[in-house]
Ligand binder design. Sequence first.
Ligand code: FAD
Ligand code: SIN
Length: 521
Amino acid sequence: MRKNVDFLVIGSGIAGLCFALKAANYGKVCIITKSKVDEGSTRYAQGGIASVIYRPDTYEKHIEDTMIAGDELSDRKIVELTIREATDRVMELVDWGVDFDRNQDGSFALAKEGGHSEKRILHYKDITGHEIEQKLVLAAKRNENIEIIENRLAIDIITQHHLGIEVNRRTPDITCYGAYVYNPDTKQVNTILAKVTMMATGGLGNVYEHTTNPVVATGDGVAMVYRAKGAVRGMEFIQFHPTSLYNPKESPSFLITEAMRGSGAILRDPEGVDFMPKYDPRGSLAPRDIVARAIDSEMKKQGIDHVFLDVSPISKKEIFDHFPNIYAKCLSIGIDITKEMIPVVPVEHYSCGGVLTDEWGETTIRNLFASGECASTGLHGGNRLASNSLLEALVFSHRACLKAVELLPHTAYCNEVPDWDAEGTVLNEEMVLITQSRKELQTIMSSYVGIVRSNLRLQRAFDRLEILYRETEDLYKKSVLIPEICELRNMINVGYLIIKNAMERKESRGLHYSLDYPPKK
Ligand code: FAD
Ligand code: SIN
């Protein structure tokens, strides 16, 4: 099957849907998404969206908080434009029907999270992402110019490479013509040609053993762009969320929002000691990298599997009003959080790096944009400030649309693109080869490329991954395509990029902490 569309959007989280809703004013949009339309990290977002709404908050304070969290590696120009434009973008969400909690006088009820100097987090109870995703999906489904195709896996973006022209990382005019997309119903690879393609594939958490990310988060967008010789950066900056619910049998890990600490909850060790002030004067509300490392250090020193979050400083009323989902979840596994502390442990949560984009969301490949977690705009630097992710997707999907609309009249479909070549492949009956390699990858990444790293650990990870890479490429060439092999290949590609970027960074900075480079005091 071949199909031509003005805009091809890969991914249906906040980044893909916002772009689609705007682009639909200018042409036909096709969204492809690898699972159900609402499955992705967006739907699980709890804390909310950071945005300057009322005094005494100011743009300058939010900008400084973002720069500090990013360990001064954020691009100040990008930070400033994102934060100054965020308020308007958030109000567009309200226009699309998204509800945020309000005070009795109708004003927005703002929460606080780690690293924020003011209350500025707009939220809908502790299920903000669910509220946003549902309303955006509804708006997209109502739009006649948007077609949503579920259960389709983008395998690769199409470039000159597929026309038989050699492309390398120095080729100046690599151009994206659309994507090859796998349809599991027909077991065929379809060709979707587009004038503009938006990569909005979200995170990569499943590269690690434990993550808050849903199963669809396998780094596909970053891997596809890297394979197409596009630029990717900052992959060493993997954010571990300090407080996922310790429930070893559950995957993905259930998040306990940082907003609970913003409302007064305190981290304690099994003896009840508030250990965070020993690490940072901001205590339990220090930025995430500091808190996750402190917990990791306490767990190793004390030989414990988790620490506790003491939510007793939060009133019962606030727990029921603001955190009903967390209350219900904990109760379902026998923990009544109005009476007991919550066992918590850090797990992979967010990729700060990704596909390099400019201030318009343009990648280094022509006619290809990226937005959301798969992109690296320069906002997060070495560490993302809490609740700055949904906000980044809103701002850059908007900006990308402005630019894409300028490009549209000057781009044409590339009809010479050949169909996918499945010649020479044989049926792969050895599923264990894929599942075992996936587990090995996750073990390597968690053991050697986690919260604390060293040169030796990274080298070991690199060497182990090289073997997995060779085996998987070999398997991929011989196998009939199935999503599992494509995802494994992508995960190995992004694992390699995380290790490579971590090896290149000869310092401890932001989320990248190496025993060989003690941080400067
Ligand atoms: P996603 O919402 O993950 O969507 C990605 C889409 O791409 C999905 O539809 C997926 O199916 C699709 N896809 C992926 N690969 C392919 C492929 N090969 N082919 C086709 N489709 C593909 N951030 C905040 O700012 N505030 C919060 O409170 C917050 N809480 C969070 C809580 C949790 C539990 C998690 C996991 C994250 C949280 N984050 C939060 C981070 C934030 O939710 C994500 O970074 C953001 O939602 C990413 O949006 P996105 O559109 O880029 O990706
Ligand atoms: C949370 O609610 O703690 C997650 C917020 C985020 O990842 O930005």
